[in-house]
Design a protein around this ligand. Structure first.
Ligand code: KG4
Ligand code: ZN
Length: 345
């Protein structure tokens, strides 16, 4: 089954065609990120206008790249939230139009569920990039750590469609904390998380060690809080005592201490031998490596998506749509498109 998926929840406009939920046939991502760098944060109206500009060329290029005709597409999937309403609407309307014109079922997908499915994509090793076994290696139940610009969630996944929220951030998301700290350090006005991490990696002597709090680390729950940490970084920078690389490393260690400890505890509590990471921040090398190593010491295997599958794209939206829809239901909708949109997965 070939699913064409559209993702437009924020400042990326993405389309992909994926076979049987695991095999990427074509994928295109356009972004208006540069425009938001100028304003130091996303302006939703500008993001939505760029979505309108990009959406048709992105779909056309994806189809062209796939060499498939619309007859060979079995369903259309689309992100329905969470996200910026103006941006989401562009993708949803485009998907509805395609599903109607092609007479195909339309599958709504939750963006965060989508992030999880980056782990289910199968890839052979290529250009020294390791293979991703994807669906074949994942054994339920698993604990999922979703760390993105807008969310930090721990989820127990007992199977496809069997997701239980077990904890998450009470205020800022991990990505938001990374980005705001990067801004405080003067590294980037917008989405500076990766730059902060690069700076931290250059630090050979952490002079700022122990100067930042580890919020909620000792609490017996699976929740997080990062807004106080950001304020503590602000106060630390104001003292002008420590070099920027040490502050960056201390921040990354503080985030890592809390996230790694609680994620492993969650896997142990729910008897899971596997952890899946997802979301833009799962591209962070320090967090990937540290969680993988510390979990391995407790016989827990960590899955991290290929780097290009961490940040927003439509490949994982197609995968989530495939694994969360009952083929019988799909064939019924195929036979009778007026049945309309199914419940979001
Ligand atoms: O999942 P995503 O692409 O968009 C949302 O759904 O939010 O995540 C974007 C977030 C941003 O906060 C970005 O700075 C962060 O992921 N990010 C990173 C890294 N790469 C992306 N944060 C830390 N280290 C990275 N290497
Ligand atoms: Zn995302």
């Amino acid at each position: 089954m070939n699913i064409l998926a559209i993702e437009s929840s924020c400042d990326e406009t993405a389309c992909a065609i994926v076979q049987n939920g695991v095999l990427e046939i074509a994928s295109i991502v356009a972004s208006s990120k540069e425009l938001h760098e100028a304003t130091g944060g996303i302006v939703p109206e500008i993001a939505a206008r760029k979505q309108i500009e990009f959406i048709i060329p992105v779909i056309e290029q994806t189809l062209l790249k796939s060499s498939l005709s619309s007859d060979q597409i079995d369903a259309v999937a689309v992100t329905v939230g969470p996200g910026l309403i103006g941006s989401l609407l562009v993708g949803v309307e485009a998907a509805k139009a395609l599903a109607f014109a092609w007479n195909k079922p339309l599958i709504p997908v939750n963006h965060l569920v989508g992030h999880i499915y980056a782990n289910f994509i199968k890839r052979d090793s290529k250009d020294n990039i390791p293979a991703q076994p994807g669906v074949d290696a994942i054994k339920f139940p698993v604990v999922v750590l979703i760390i993105s610009g807008g969310h930090t969630d721990l989820v127990l996944m007992r199977g496809h469609g069997e997701l239980t929220y077990i904890g998450g951030t009470l205020d800022d998301a991990a990505g938001e904390a990374y980005d705001k700290t990067a801004r405080l350090l003067g590294l980037a006005q917008y989405l500076g998380g990766a730059q902060l991490s690069k700076l931290a990696a250059t630090c050979t002597n952490n002079l700022a060690k122990g100067t930042l709090p580890r919020p909620m680390l000792d609490q017996n729950n699976f929740d997080f809080s990062f807004s106080g940490l950001k304020t503590a970084v602000k106060n630390l920078i104001a003292t002008q005592t420590y070099p920027a690389d040490a502050v960056a490393l201390e921040f990354e260690n503080a985030v890592g201490d809390v996230i790694v400890s609680k994620t492993i505890k969650a896997a142990q509590k729910f008897g899971c031998t596997q952890i899946l990471m997802g979301g833009g921040v799962s591209a962070n090398k320090y967090l990937r490596d540290r969680l993988t190593k510390e979990a391995a010491a407790k016989d827990i295997k960590v899955f991290v998506p290929a780097l290009d599958l961490c940040t927003d794209n439509a490949i994982y939206i197609a995968s989530a749509a495939f694994f969360n829809n009952n083929p019988k239901e799909l064939s019924e909708i195929n036979a009778n498109p007026s049945l309309g949109v199914m419940d979001p997965v």
